[in-house]
Design a protein around this ligand. Sequence first.
Ligand code: 3NM
Length: 238
Amino acid sequence: HGHGPLNHGLWTDPNVFRKQLPKDAWACQFVVGLANVGESEQALVDIVRDACAAGITLVQYREKGGAEKTFDERLRIGKQLRDICWAYDVLFFIDDDVDLAIALNADGVHVGQSDSDVAEIAQRAPQLLIGLSVLNLAEEQESQKVQQYLSYIGVGPVFATTTKKDAKAPIGLKGLAAVKQASDLPVVAIGGVGESNAKAIRAAGADGLAAISAFTKSRNLVETVAEFTGKDIKENEE
Ligand code: 3NM
């Protein structure tokens, strides 16, 4: 592997890798797993390929809230998704599952407050980029203790979402703006993010937008990506 200019998975020092990342590395994240595509492996592979072709910048493989999959199944599926991402020079992250991220030699791992400890992950797998979810200012402050290990902060839910069953109450654009102002890291908004509110979310300070249903329910992925990034479609195709 390592076709793209980012040398995916080849860096042993994430600080070196970070410096190679384009400024818009976090701009447009597609979070997805089998549960979001009717448990169809073919549908998952197809939509990840289509979204990569449409210009997303990061895929986060998230196998939660659906039928239980064994590690070997996640590994087999993850390999396919990773290879598609890397063929398009799209970053490939794993949600929560550090063992899977290591086994897949993924670009990074995204963890929530109750998932694995950030410092522990950084020690165990220094090659992985790490994103951390925070809900509010208090959690953002707490995250500053491990900021040296983080590549970005995920903030949400910004708006109401029905995709994640255990999502907290939405923090709104004001909550997002407050976290952004307090943070030195890129901030990625999630939860109810879609074409209709993408512009307002960027205006509130988000460096990136992440979503599940905006992509899985999209009628035109190229247009969805354009709304998310704020770039017109011509620019995306360059
Ligand atoms: N994390 P949709 S909300 C995976 O608030 C996830 O941390 C959230 O789905 C958080 O884009 C969420 O369909 C689900 O609203 C996002």
